[in-house]
Write a protein that binds this ligand. Structure first.
Ligand code: NCD
Length: 315
């Protein structure tokens, strides 16, 4: 492993909040480097390391992406999926963690429906925790991969006009992206129905719009989010059809944004609800596939970063 400097002094990756610009820049740069070498990716960075994927919520992309990243770095990986219905808030997590801790993993990648779960876990184990999504709170590797894709398109984050559209209230992807993008000097707008936008979100340095007409204007990129029904009580949205007619993005209303504007979506997509199927499949405009691809490279960079800081801090 060459000694790439991430300027990062923590053995855990819990969120983007508080992460400095230099660290973000380093991760993006390194992810782009790994992305170039994707055909020849096997390295020994995590040889003799044990990585555990501990997922208390469903996941296709994120779990597979961490697994591929860890394997390509020669780690041993164990996948544990726990159905969310079996969680007895908090207690099960700590109990499970204590058991896993006794197996001496080096990294524990956690997805959990409770906001703050990753941070809580980090206080009970010796290994490095990576937050792969905790409730509505944060999903740091998603925001990092989104930013790496934008950079890979040759677009500067500084001065970028980006609109995040949809269910902001329930989205950890929105929160991590807002922290990252504002830190890097982008101008961020959020668009959605008032019921799905947190009341004090302006404090995060974003502009709020309740309709596509004004919200999309002069945007370079539109990041589209899913209605996260699993975190709703049913009162927040009208029918899916009605939602689509007001906030669904298609090739037609995309014209409200800048010419050549691009769209992103973290997946899973609900076609015909927040995004039109034709737009989702239009690879000239949609960066969705590139997001999945970059996911692996970003996770390799994050695992390497934590390995380096473990070496440095736990000496
Ligand atoms: C997101 C998540 O789980 O927060 N998905 C992902 O990680 N790719 C977004 C979502 O579930 O809508």
């Amino acid at each position: 492993m060459d000694n790439f400097n991430y300027y990062f002094d923590n053995i855990h990756l819990l969120g983007i909040q508080g992460m400095n610009k230099k660290t973000i820049q380093s991760i993006l740069e390194r992810a782009q480097y790994f992305n170039q070498k994707k055909k020849n990716r096997k390295n020994k960075i995590l040889k003799d390391s044990l990585v555990i994927n501990l997922f208390f919520e469903n996941s296709t992309r994120t779990k597979a992406s961490f697994e591929i990243a860890a394997k390509s770095m020669s780690a041993d990986i164990l996948n544990i999926s726990v159905s969310s219905s079996s969680i007895k808030k908090g207690e099960t997590l700590i109990d499970t963690a204590a058991t896993l801790n006794a197996m001496h993993p080096d990294f524990l990648i956690l997805r959990h429906p409770n906001s703050g779960a990753a941070e809580m876990l980090s206080k009970h184990v010796e290994c490095s925790i990576i937050n792969a999504g905790d409730g509505r709170h944060e999903h740091p590797t998603q925001a990092l991969l989104d930013a790496a894709v934008i950079k890979e398109e040759g677009i500067n984050l500084e001065g970028l006009k980006i609109a995040i559209c949809g269910d902001i209230l329930n989205s950890r992807v929105a929160r991590s992206n807002i922290y990252l993008l504002t830190t890097m000097g982008a101008q961020v707008s959020v668009i959605g129905p008032p019921t799905l936008i947190p009341k004090d979100i302006e404090r995060m340095g974003v502009k709020v719009f309740f309709d596509l007409n004004s919200g999309l204007k002069s945007s370079d990129i539109i990041m589209i989010l899913r209605l996260q029904n699993e975190r709703m009580d049913g009162s927040e949205t009208p029918s899916k059809r009605e939602y689509y007619s007001f906030f669904g993005i298609n090739e037609n209303n995309l014209k409200l944004a800048k010419k050549n504007a691009l769209v992103m979506h973290p997946g899973p997509m609900n076609r015909g609800v927040e995004i039109a199927s034709l737009l989702a499949d239009n690879n000239e405009i949609s960066l969705v596939k590139k997001q999945v691809e970059m996911g692996v490279s970003v996770r390799i960079a994050c695992l390497e970063m934590l390995k380096l800081s473990r070496n440095k801090l736990l000496k």
